[in-house]
Design a protein around this ligand. Structure first.
Ligand SMILES: C[S@@+](CC[C@H](N)C(=O)[O-])C[C@H]1O[C@@H](n2cnc3c(N)ncnc32)[C@H](O)[C@@H]1O
Length: 355
């Protein structure tokens, strides 16, 4: 390990750190663009000027001009002689919510001082925040991170890979999505399989409210939600498909959760689990793109949630390896665990678990 100061590397490190600051600031600028309708208005008006955009949006020209300069500086828009065009890629990702590459929803309001204070406290007390404690905005941004994929390929690619499952769902099956968050996946399944009954469960009131609103808007009558945790699965039985998408690493008591999952399944039922494709150790995970984002998200959200009860397991975003999940499922008496990877979802590993 190096101990001497390297002046070239010093410059690179300063640049890297300012890159982090730029990310924080530009996240807020993108959020403002979403919130004020500036991206949508610009997408609808190629060659807009700050005057014309201020007119369309009813906003103050000086502020709109500075915002345009910021997004053009960030290469989200092209600029010529005071006229601005959103790039086609920024248009697709920021103004088309159903585009498979949509990311606009990820830019909710920035992390609040309250969350930072609460997290600083957690470093001292050991007790983290539940997802619900972060509030409704975090619930929406979390859902937006997986939404494009869950809408596009969860049903036709991922669920279709489970032998016989598509036919079973088409004929009418009982599906439970535990830790359903804002209900993007549950809605996609309920819409694709109207003969099936889909139940979404999550402890977060914010999540259930958002999920219910989504189901109502889509007019889905075969989908219902209830506030609940893994332990509540023990009140259910005969579940054909239990889904758990990016939840196990967030749980303070994953062992109890896996046992509860087993108790609700039909004899020929499937528990289908997605979790981050981790190898466990820091150096083993170097190949994961956006690794600092993953560890950062873990501190702020995932590990925090997994430490939100005294004695929490604290697996965190990168904590559920194949080995750890194998031990948990074996201890709960599951018969088989088949790990899968899909090209459409390079970030997650999937497990098909059977009694
Ligand atoms: C990372 S989010 C994933 C949400 C959703 N499955 C998705 O893919 O967007 C984790 C979710 O797990 C929920 N959760 C936390 N503890 C739980 C528990 N004990 N039982 C069930 N869900 C839990 C949180 O409220 C949160 O909505």
């Amino acid at each position: 390990m190096r101990t001497e100061l390297d002046l070239d590397k010093l410059g690179q490190t300063v640049q890297q750190l300012y890159g982090f600051k730029q990310g924080e600031v530009m996240s807020a600028i993108v959020h403002l663009g979403n919130r004020l309708g500036l991206f949508d208005a610009l997408a609808a008006n190629d060659g807009a000027t700050s005057d014309s955009l201020a007119g369309t949006t009813g906003l103050h020209e000086r502020w709109v001009r500075e915002w345009l300069h910021a997004i053009a500086a960030a290469d989200l828009a092209e600029h010529e002689n005071g006229r601005f065009n959103l790039t086609p890629e920024a248009k697709a990702t920021l103004t088309e919510p159903d585009h498979p590459a949509a990311v606009g929803g990820v830019f909710g309001p920035p992390i609040t001082h309250r969350e930072i204070d609460r997290t600083a406290e957690a470093f001292a007390t050991g007790i983290g925040m539940t997802w619900d404690e972060h509030g409704a905005d975090t619930c929406h941004f979390q859902a937006a991170m997986g939404a494009a994929g869950q809408k596009t390929w969860l049903v036709p690619v991922i669920l279709d890979s489970i032998a016989g499952m598509s036919d079973r769902l088409a004929a009418g099956a009982t599906v439970v999505d535990i830790g359903c968050g804002a209900g993007v996946a549950a809605s996609a399944i309920a819409a694709a399989y109207p003969a099936s009954t889909v139940i979404g469960m999550d402890p977060s009131g914010h999540a259930i409210e958002a999920a219910q609103a989504r189901a109502t808007e889509a007019g889905l009558t075969n989908l219902s939600y209830r506030q609940g945790v893994f332990d509540d699965l023990e009140d259910l039985d005969g579940v054909d498909l239990l889904l758990t998408l990016d939840v196990i690493h967030d749980l303070p008591r994953p062992g109890d959760a896996v046992r509860a999952a087993r108790s609700c399944l039909a004899d020929d039922g499937v528990w289908f689990v997605a979790d981050i494709k981790t190898r466990g150790g820091l150096e083993d995970n170097r190949k994961i793109p956006v690794l600092p984002l993953m560890y950062g998200m873990s501190i702020l959200y995932c590990m925090s949630s997994a430490m939100s009860e005294p004695g929490g397991a604290g697996l965190g975003t990168l904590g559920l390896t194949e080995g750890v999940f194998g031990e948990l499922t074996a201890a709960a008496g599951f018969g088989s665990v088949d790990a899968r990877e899909f090209d459409v979802d390079p970030l997650n590993r999937y497990f098909e678990v059977r009694v």
